[in-house]
Design a protein around this ligand. Structure first.
Ligand SMILES: [Mg+2]
Length: 223
């Protein structure tokens, strides 16, 4: 009886535990493609990072953690900065990787947790790095999709947001891949849609060299 129970638990855990693999460069994405794959890319700290410190995802994530009671202040500061900030690619090869997938007919989308209030700057920033996510994005009418970029947020996590969209698009990929720098997003999309998570921690790995924690906090504390 015990062994049956163990087997049952094992089978259930195989279905629900998301598969997450760390990658060192965007050029590794291609080897995960099988026929009828959908590839999703996170934006912040995956495709690009803000050139302005307050607009950077590190600022947002750190200050939310440090001052959880002042979420609204962190949001307003970050959003205001994102509206004005430029971005730079994490890896120069990324736009070419995406173009190659699109040219092979692979379905590609972006999946971001940015609020819809940031729609205009998001479209501007994606364009500025030479990426067009609309080229092979599965089509459906939804207020959350713009130029191949699907917007989720804290109240509407990436997993459920993606599932709802794919249902609307009537699109059933044989494999879903999400490239993201945050494990909680890989977990959300893995659990909701069975996606394979490609964990991309490049910004985190260079953090000790490039990120000025003290300056970030000073900027948060100023008016
Ligand atoms: Mg990110």
């Amino acid at each position: 009886m015990k062994s049956y129970l163990f087997l049952l638990l094992f089978a259930v855990s195989c279905v629900t535990v998301p598969k997450i693999h760390e990658i060192k460069t965007m050029s590794e994405v291609e080897k995960w493609i099988v026929p009828n794959t959908l590839v999703l890319f996170d934006l912040d700290n995956t495709i690009f990072e803000a050139t302005d410190l307050v607009a950077h995802a590190n600022f947002f994530n750190d200050m939310l953690k440090k001052y959880p009671g002042q979420r609204e202040k962190t949001l307003q500061k970050t959003w205001g900065a994102i509206k004005k900030s430029d971005v730079k690619l994490i890896e120069p090869i990324t736009p070419q990787v995406i173009r190659d997938l699109q040219n092979q007919g692979v379905a590609v989308m972006a999946l971001t947790s940015r609020d819809m209030e940031l729609l205009e700057p998001t479209l501007r920033q994606v364009k500025s790095v030479g990426i067009d996510f609309s080229k092979s994005c599965p089509k459906a009418s939804s207020r959350y999709i713009h130029e191949g970029i699907l917007f989720a947020d804290d109240d509407y996590p990436k997993g459920p947001a993606l599932l709802a969209y794919l249902k609307k698009a009537n699109f059933r990929p044989s494999r879903i891949i999400l490239v993201d720098d945050l494990k909680r997003n890989l977990d959300s999309v893995g659990r909701a849609a069975g996606a394979i998570g490609l964990y991309y921690p490049l910004v985190d790995k260079k953090r000790h060299l490039e990120w000025d924690e003290k300056e970030a906090e000073r900027r948060w504390l100023e008016q």
